[in-house]
Design a protein around this ligand. Structure first.
Ligand SMILES: [Zn+2]
Length: 146
């Protein structure tokens, strides 16, 4: 639900509630939006940020992650660490070497990335002073996360 601040040609300000901006545009084009005070249909949208109406129909809360039974085996700790790295990095796939180099030379925004690089690419990056580290990922994990 979008609450829009609207104004008619006579300067009457009022709020209009619409399912979406598109719904507003459609209704406006069809002459269905009118001023509640003077019934003018020459309505303009004021440039204020629409706010979300969360009063009546709350969107369903995001499903909280179901905690997996705590498992502190080295494998489980490793998997958690890997998942954390994957959550915080952007997968650039085979562009990894390119992206790492761009960031190093300030041509791309600094961020955590992961991807595939050949041994030669990784070696070249290291020689250029670009820090890379390899993280062997079990194929099954890749599939569940992407
Ligand atoms: Zn009016």
């Amino acid at each position: 639900m979008k609450v829009l601040n609207l104004q008619c040609a006579h300067g009457h300000g009022f709020e209009g509630w619409f399912a979406s901006n598109e719904a507003f545009e459609t209704q406006l084009a069809g002459g269905l939006v009118s001023c509640p005070i003077c019934s003018d249909t020459a309505i303009t949208k004021l440039l204020t940020a629409p706010r979300l109406n969360l009063g009546s129909a709350k969107p369903p809360a995001e499903t909280p992650a179901v905690p997996v039974a705590e498992n502190n085996s080295p494998e489980a700790r490793w998997m958690r660490a890997v998942r954390e790295v994957m959550a915080k990095t952007e997968d650039v796939g085979e562009r990894f070497a390119d992206e790492a180099r761009k960031m190093h030379y300030g041509e791309a925004e600094e961020r955590g990335i992961r991807g595939q690089a050949t041994r030669e690419e990784a070696q070249t990056l290291l020689e250029e002073g670009i820090a890379v580290f390899s993280l062997p990922l079990p194929p099954a994990l890749k599939e569940t996360l992407q």
